[in-house]
Design a protein around this ligand. Sequence first.
Ligand code: C2E
Ligand code: CA
Ligand code: CA
Length: 404
Amino acid sequence: MKTNNTELTALVVDDQAAIRQVLAAMLRDIGIGRVLQAEDGVSAFRMLDRSPHPVDLLFCDLAMPGIDGVETLRGLATRHIEAGVVLLSGMDAKVIATVADMADQLGLRMLGTALKPFSRDQIADFVERFHQLRFVARRRPAMMVTADEFDRAMDEGRIELYYQPKISLADGSLCSVEALARMHHPAYGVIEPDAFIPLAEENPQRMTRLTLAIFEQAIHQAGAWRKAGLDLGMAINVSTQAIRRLDLPDIAEDIVTRAGFDCDKVTLEITESQVLASAEILHIVSRFRLRNFKLSIDDFGTGHSSLKRLKRLPFTELKIDRSFVSGAANDADLRSILETSIGLGQRLRMDVVAEGVEDWADWQVLEDLGCDVAQGYFVSRPIAAPGIPLFAQRWTQGRANAAH
Ligand code: C2E
Ligand code: CA
Ligand code: CA
């Protein structure tokens, strides 16, 4: 057990050299033995993988070009690192708090957050907290999958889709489902996507392979349900990493046709941050749109799309992130963000979907604000394919009973 600062290794990840240097100087002054610096997430990963000394303290900036702080944290979580993590940012305290929660959920050992400019005393406090916290047993970290485990699961067909119902608020009908990936692990059972999607994202080929497998599975399922008399829209999450191959829209259209399904019943969900990340995305997604696929901006509200930018995008749906939906009934800030987003979607003639509806009060707010579609635990958790016809039957029955 290291009890002296001189035995500790710190890593500072920030794109600004000046910040790195100031912080490194403070850390040395506090007596930290080794201070490493990285200018972005990718070089931070490299250092973590290669450093002969495990990193004990990690200071990470949130806003960095390329892979940002959020993605960096996810990458860290896949590495099972034991380091205490401090988030640095010049941004709104609320944003940092949200990211800190996420990092905590990923199983990282969070020491706290620091708004720039920070003082030497603040940094010394974090080091102190690190010494205290290391005696406290950590919460079971989120299960993280290795590249080998992932590839084996792909080879053996152990990636399975769960489906979460989406309800039209206008008439209460079950209109579609979102496909959400799960992995079956021989020892750990069902593994959530946060434990393997970020890993797949690191490698475009792996991500393309995963996305194609998921697409195929989801579309076949949708075709099978249609044949059985259950006609549902199908929403599929796609990473822009995976759709750069030029022939992909044709392959996708072909899969849909062979399954006896229609492209205009398929929605591709792409996160707002990925939409904003490259201008190239416009021409890629346009080619899906030309084949009648619907396009959704996922996790809307977590990036900062301008109205001007949104107008130019060929997207058909805004999907408001659950962080603005859960609890909106009792939080004036959230409610006004929701109201603005829904209004924006309506002005742009896009469908507006809210995810993360957790209770009746949230549902009521969405109805009042004129949201089109709701999805969340209040309606149902994601369920395995065989459960969907059963859910549909019960839901329809429930509506009929309510109408009487
Ligand atoms: P997402 O696209 O934002 O999906 C919604 C997530 O919110 C899902 O988590 C869903 O189970 C969860 N959720 C739904 N309703 C509620 C609610 O009322 N309360 C709360 N607290 N959570 C709710 P899940 O299945 O763990 O997926 C996490 C993320 O992993 C997804 O976020 C998506 O970004 C990614 N993902 C999942 N499947 C795929 C996939 O097939 N391909 C890609 N590229 N990404 C995927
Ligand atoms: Ca989604
Ligand atoms: Ca989301």
